[in-house]
Design a binder for this molecule. Sequence first.
Ligand code: CP3
Length: 665
Amino acid sequence: MEEPTLRTNVSFEGLTVAAFESRRAAEISTLIACFGGVPQVAPSMREVPLEDNSAALQFGERLLAGLLDMVILMTGAGVTLLMETLESRYTRKDLIAAFSALVVVARGSKTVRALENLGIPIKLKVPEPNTWRELLQSLDGEYGKQGTAGLARLQIALQEYGEPNNRLIGELERRGAKDVLRVPVYSWALPEDTAPLEAVTGEITSGRARVVLFTNAVQVDHLIEFAAQRNARLREALQHCVVCSLGPTCSEAIAAHGLTVDFESESHKMGAFIYEAAGRAPELLKEKDGQRSAGAPITVASPPLPSQDGSKPAYYNSRFMRACRLEPVDATPVWLMRQAGRYMRSYRDLRARVPFLDLCKSPDLAAEVTVSAAEQIGADAAILFADLLLVAEPMGFKLDYNQPSGPWVSPKLQSASAIDALLKTEPAPLALEYIFDAVRLARSNLSAATPLIGFAGAPFTLASYLIEGGPSKSFRHTKALMLRDPGAWHALMDYLARHLAACVNSQIEAGAQAMQIFDSWVGCLAPTDYREFVLPHMQSLFRSLAPSVPIIHFGTGTGALLELMREAGGSMIGLDFRVELDEGWKRLGPTVGAQGNLEPAVLYADLARIRERALRILRQAGGRPGHVFNLGHGVLPETPEQNVSDLIKIVHEESAQLKEERQKG
Ligand code: CP3
């Protein structure tokens, strides 16, 4: 192969290029960047010496006893490791003498070099590109073709690498070789730190990395396996990418996963491979995208959801949806407010690269966060990743999520004239389309049996952010406006309720199965003020919502307001942790479900405490249909990740167990 002559017009044209080199990660990054790409490189494998080297030692015994005729050595590192192991028993001199009596077949230049360094004579050197096919061709050349039983009387040992190559063994056996002695000397594992791999997988699933380079077969297997374990929708995403492969072995591994190789390099050298890929990728990507204009987001059409009984979609009979309809369930459904958030390492990693608002406004990232959080922790429902304050932006407010105290909104809405001006503002119809796109994408990426919860803030909580300009303890300005200028207040609440209703209905239309209305801060109000200043607007909001989906109505510090909240609306009331679930639900009456209400800080404790507190809530629910387990507020940032998944398992186990006990009497 001639070295490529550099042509300046060969370029990835700024495309993000994913690659999975380990030892040569820095080199491939530099090469991608040199050819105009944005490199995203994550090691996908590391060599692991097998702790149990019994296969190698058994090989040594047979080698020294003169029972072998041929040894096929597949890798240089394998040769070195094999010798190190054997030298724990035999002298190097004896070993070299024994090897010299065999037909030694070496695959690849590194194997040849390792053997030459040891002074072991090589009978057959497999030519490039060193796949098992060339290996067989070399053997056929020497011993006669398939069917001639050319290998019939030979005792062959095969030093393996990674996964055993069953096709090679099968072919050797078809040529008459019996009982090929397999000598695995090392295998591959994922790297110890998989965060970079997770990040690059995210680049692909989010549609940002559209060119993917594989330089060996193990990378392919590891990446697919890694993504499958995390339920990342990698395969679908790879179909939208230009997949480039370095040579036929690598291409075979890609095809074995049902994926298409868009470009296979004619070279076997990394530099030439990157050069060729850069020359082809932009044009191949355009072909792939067909009509789609460059840079346009990948839109995944919502697939029809498979139904279980022919008429109902698969999520219909999920535990969560059944509980929302106050129907009995096999185990209590559970999801957690802020189940996608800073307690999750993958979320923090993503946030280290993407500002919060950009994340919310990238439908594919928001959908990915939504789906992967629910799947990672095993929740019974996913909640859309977005924020309560996003609706304020098209109303003319600026949002700042960079303050440690919480989100800030400007300008503060504190005068009657500012309210008048706001009421005249008609938000642009498409301004929140990214939220609805995220709903569509999340719905199509979620398992059909998992319901997707959309959400919006309630008018009071949203108004409090607009008026205070950020988080507040006293809600001084909000209450002052409400009590001093009821006319302006009611007009504002009416305006917000209308826009929030539109936002909720669009999410339902886009494919959300349930909604939660967060009136997070309404607990700061006295019941009289709730009745006068909030209740009518909540009622009109609930009346405006599409009746087809269950609505969870949640607030914190609402111990004094529960009956009023039920009067306001919602098929389920979300309780915070300051009320006892049994008492709270009793007060709510038989017509609504109850969601909640573990104190989020309990997740800082040990499993015994978590189990005890979860069980307490399940006992309080007492098997009454219509309980959805949740925290009493969102997951706190420093919560140990494992405790969250463990809580979900505990709720499922203990509730199923309690049900069984109740049935036994
Ligand atoms: O997993 C989920 O619950 C879905 C995502 C979600 C977010 N915000 C993401 C988010 C939901 C449902 C919300 C709603 C929301 N936003 C509420 C109601 C829920 C509640 O907590 O009562 C409120 C009051 C807001 C306003 C808001 N946005 C606050 C108070 C904060 C800061 C809180 C914090 O944890 O720092 C935000 C930012 C925000 N919204 C984050 C997340 C994951 C943290 C942003 C980051 O990554 O730094």
